[in-house]
Design a protein. Structure first.
Length: 209
């Protein structure tokens, strides 16, 4: 009999093959999908997130654990499609136009999934119009934008302006992050929040939703 505790431990240890196997076994045992998500996968990732925040874990360990969590998520997400009841909220995340950096974005995505959120990662080099169409279609609680270059950060402003023009700005909270971004810049462009790293991004989203 597979247990949720074993699954949680597999995520902490970054054992993606074991995580996948345990999720399949738990599904076969008719374990509640919400429990597999929350008490197994997310519980493990939460522990990793806490260790990361305290400086005991570093980015490589978090990425390895995130991969183990994703292996399990890949199995249950199709079964959970159509029901958002088990998610705390929905987030769209992407790197702005002209910028193809994605390590920070990927880490934030994994930490948010580990925090119990449904996350649509739409990739890098995303034009303002694409962000707008994704918001219109998916109706997320949060739009998260990343930029690692000072030459591309102005596209955050352009995206917010495009949301205003489309009449969607009051329908979604916008958060920003990345190496050159500061709280002052977030305030200047009218974003709802700024996070300096992946761990604080989860806290920020929790406050905004």
């Amino acid at each position: 009999m597979a247990t949720l505790e074993e699954l949680s431990q597999a995520v902490i240890e970054g054992d993606y093959e074991k995580s996948e196997l345990l999720v399949k076994e738990l599904v076969g045992q008719k374990t509640d999908l919400g429990d597999i998500l929350n008490k197994g996968l997310i519980a493990g990732m939460n522990h990793v997130g806490e260790q990361f925040k305290e400086g005991n874990y570093f980015v490589p360990e978090v990425m390895i654990s995130a991969r183990a969590m994703q292996a399990g998520l890949n199995i249950i997400e199709p079964m959970m499609a159509g029901t958002n009841a088990d998610y705390k909220g929905t987030i769209i995340i992407g790197t702005v136009q002209g910028d193809v950096h994605d390590i920070g974005k990927n880490l934030v995505t994994m930490m948010l999934k580990g925090g119990g959120y449904k996350v649509y990662d739409i990739g890098t080099d995303i034009k303002p119009e694409r962000f707008v169409s994704e918001v219109r279609e998916k109706k997320p609680d949060i739009l998260a934008m990343s930029s690692l270059l000072t030459t591309t950060m102005h596209y955050m402003q352009k995206t917010i302006d495009a949301l205003v023009a489309a009449g969607l700005r009051d329908k979604v909270k916008v958060i920003v992050g990345g190496a050159p971004i500061t709280q002052a810049y977030a305030d200047k462009i009218g974003a709802d929040g700024y996070s300096k790293d992946a761990a604080s991004a989860v806290d920020l989203v929790g406050k905004l939703i």
